[in-house]
Design a binder for this molecule. Sequence first.
Ligand code: DNO
Length: 403
Amino acid sequence: MIETWRWFGPKDKVTLNDIKQTGATGIVTSLYHLEPGLIWGKNEISIRLEEITGSKNDPTNLTWDVVESLPVSEIIKTGSDFRDEHIKAWIQSMKNLSEFGISVICYNFMPILDWTRTELAEPVSSGATAMYFDLVDFIAFDCFILRRESAANDYRKELVDEAKKRFTGFSRKKIEKLTKNITAGLPGASETLTFHEVKKRLKEYSKINASQLKKNFKYFLDAVVPEAEKLGMRLCCHPDDPPWPLLGLPRIMSTEEDYKWLVEAHPSKANGITLCTGSLGANFQNDIPGMISRLGKHIHFFHLRNVTRETDSVPTSFFEDEHLLGNTDMVEVINEIILEEKRRREEGRDDWSIPMRPDHGQNILDDHRRNAMPGYPAIGRLKGLAELRGVTKALEHKILNGN
Ligand code: DNO
């Protein structure tokens, strides 16, 4: 695997110098300041690229390996007027990126909200803090803060009752914090929305069910995949996080079936998958090592992290555990990745070494003081990377050398 690291640009408190010391060689980033639907100009791309690689006289030895994300606008997702213009802009951005030798683009097709948590720094027993999705808090938000019509019908009655009880005891501060955590968007989300914008956008989705969203997705794929193919680009769709419908919005990239649909919707090497073990792992029915062995040839990018689910039901509460703990068997996952890379090498694929990034991390040690992006601390992530690297080395030694 190619070890990469997500960097949020010059404002990221984890600097490129810090990243170099982790041993990761690739950078995953985006042009965060550009709104979805706009063309990524060559000038803007070259500025970001030079920040990453350094100058000829002072190289960093880092490369820009993956774009995450090239955001797909709501206009494209909802199939509204001007979607063709937005798709054209997306294709032009892809062409511009390709001129700079960037060939992996991660994106998602989640309506309105990207990844969603209710608590960004929940203390765990070791003294670390972790990101947390508390289903009851989420229901309290949906039913009693957002007051979405018929929201209560989407959940089991006893959970709604519990949420109501909890909500009655919420302080004003708690309500504000919960609202901000859910609506304002977490790092990497393409937009920061207010409570009222979320309400307004929910209305725009009132007529869009899962099957309509899939039609809009297919329309997008039919336009962008052939262009990506010509450029030798590898597009890879990120799963829904968490992998179930939120706020009554359809989510269509949550399971193995969904990914089968994706790769069959427009078969091409350019139409691939970002396999995020953490997002998919929140649904107990997702057999992640199995998905890697069955869909492996379509995977262009891995996000490796782990969650612990509170119940084996969908939806559920879960927290972001250490990379080798949690419900997903990370050793099995890495085993499958190594086997996939081996198959690719035997087939002579030039993309046999698949980029991965240690995804998220708990806040530990100095992370508590650095205040980096939620979910993206320096040391917690480095610990994850080091652990994953150790497992990879050990398994490669066994599988590839036959020891
Ligand atoms: C969360 C991330 C997501 C991801 C986008 C990809 O940590 O994995 O924000 O970047 O969904 O489009």
